[in-house]
Unconditional design. Structure first.
Length: 459
């Protein structure tokens, strides 16, 4: 084992991934979520397609992978929950104990993020029976939009679906690393890619697959604005689930014999492949039925159901699509609550069952604020934003970029180079490249994203 600061607190075998591929699948599951399948296609559509995708891929390589390596590195060397890992590594580096607050920020960020994530995931789950029963067949576009709006206006069904998502999540994480998280990742991630490939295969028969490929991969830089570049930067950073403590806690379950660099690259490849396959599954259908590729957040829940209601076998493939979306949402939900569960079990000495019940109860109560933001609480605003909009702004605009920035600075400038080199396989050319990127490029880019998100700079 590496000479980590916490060799005495090394995790028991049952609290480690049994194989390298299990970590890759679990980490990819954390990264592949609603951001890939719900958000990526519509932001790519809104920002011109190919040029946006090219910038996004460039940013994944130069920013996302180094940052992912940094977060996994902290977790594996610390071998504990995010708070204790940051505290231990700060002691090892002779730094101030206040650095443990970065771990606290990650735990709280994941907790708050999951409180509205379960609601949106509940929409996907609710659309499985709606689609499977042929509800969209024959509906006019206006009727599909009204149906989604009507769904959001009913708080009790929304609470029911989000509660089901939360119960499924807690049922998995409550079983531990190998029996819960690992088994779920080993089953659900291959299933997700099977669903994606089936949908891409069907999309290739629509007669508009070539148009979709050209839209996604033929760059037209005249359509790419400075704001679009920043959106690509931000999405590349956040799609890998960086800054919320998820990759740190998953890294703490990683064997010292596994290469952080190689596994991080593979996780990024799987995450990017999921986003690109989602685009190849969605855009041919959108083009085939004369719909708008830049349809915004409603692309999945309004635009696509219009197509599913018109296309041959639309009920079957629509159901498969929302099954896939639900699987992607669940794999991310596991990682969002795991930092809080690990903190409660290690710091408060709770059983995983008790920690899951306590953490889940808090998330459920917070999720009510998001549910009510679309109906009975729509008029309850803060600075013109609903509870959901305020929480989304707080997390996306402040907490995630701040957490990512502090983690980058910690690994780059606070931890000793010999410690980071030890975790990343020695002082090689690849390590020195990582050190340059994490010290100089990554913090500057995160700061630009952060300042743009909070409105200090506009492009």
């Amino acid at each position: 084992m590496s000479n980590s600061a916490n060799a005495s607190t090394s995790r028991a075998p049952a609290q480690q991934w049994s194989t390298r591929i299990s970590f890759i699948l679990a980490a990819a599951g954390a990264a592949v979520g609603l951001g890939n399948i719900w958000k990526f296609p519509y932001v790519a559509g809104e920002n011109g397609g190919g040029a946006f995708v090219l910038v996004y891929l460039f940013c994944i390589a130069l920013l996302g992978v180094p940052m992912l390596m940094a977060e996994v590195l902290i977790g594996r060397r610390g071998q504990q929950n995010p708070v204790n890992s940051m505290a231990s590594l700060a002691r090892e580096a002779g730094a101030k104990p206040a650095w443990k607050n970065v771990g606290r920020l990650g735990v709280v960020t994941g907790f708050l993020l999951l409180s509205f994530y379960v609601v949106v995931a509940g929409w996907a789950l609710a659309y499985i029976p709606i689609t499977a029963t042929g509800t969209f067949v024959g509906l006019q576009p206006q009727e599909v939009g009204q149906m989604f709006d009507g769904h959001l206006q009913q708080p009790l069904p929304l609470i029911g679906w989000s509660t089901l998502v939360l119960l499924l999540t807690l049922g998995i994480v409550g079983r531990g690393v190998r029996k819960g998280l690992e088994k779920a990742a080993n089953l659900l991630m291959p299933l997700l890619f099977v669903f994606l490939l089936i949908l891409v295969g069907y999309a290739s028969t629509t007669g508009h697959f070539g148009e979709a490929v050209e839209f996604m991969f033929k760059p037209d830089f005249d359509k790419l604005t400075a704001s679009g570049v920043l959106i690509a930067l931000g999405h590349a950073f956040f799609t890998l689930s960086i800054g919320g403590g998820a990759m740190m806690i998953y890294g703490s379950y990683l064997s010292p014999q596994v290469s952080i660099a190689r596994t991080s690259i593979l996780v990024a490849i799987l995450d990017t492949a999921a986003a690109l396959l989602a685009g190849l599954a969605i855009f041919p259908i959108v083009f085939a039925y004369g719909l708008e590729p830049g349809g915004g957040p409603g692309l999945i829940f309004v635009t696509l159901p219009i197509a599913f209601g018109q296309m041959p076998l639309g009920t079957l493939f629509g159901t498969l699509f929302f099954l896939m979306l639900s699987v992607a949402a669940l794999t991310s939900a596991f990682s969002l609550i795991e930092p809080a569960i690990a903190w409660l079990t290690e710091k408060r000495l709770m059983s995983r069952f008790k920690a899951s019940v306590l953490g889940g109860s808090g998330i459920w109560l917070l999720s009510l604020g998001t549910v009510f933001s679309f109906n009975i609480g729509a008029d309850w605003t803060l600075a013109g934003k609903t509870f959901f909009e305020s929480l989304d702004y707080l997390i996306s605009g402040w907490m995630l970029p701040l957490g990512g920035l502090l983690m980058a600075l910690f690994t780059a400038w606070v931890m000793k180079p010999e410690a980071t080199a030890e975790e990343l396989g020695g002082d090689s050319a690849a390590y020195r490249l990582w050190l340059v990127l994490i010290r100089f490029l990554v913090p500057v880019v995160i700061m630009v994203i952060f300042l743009q998100a909070i409105g200090v700079i506009t492009l």
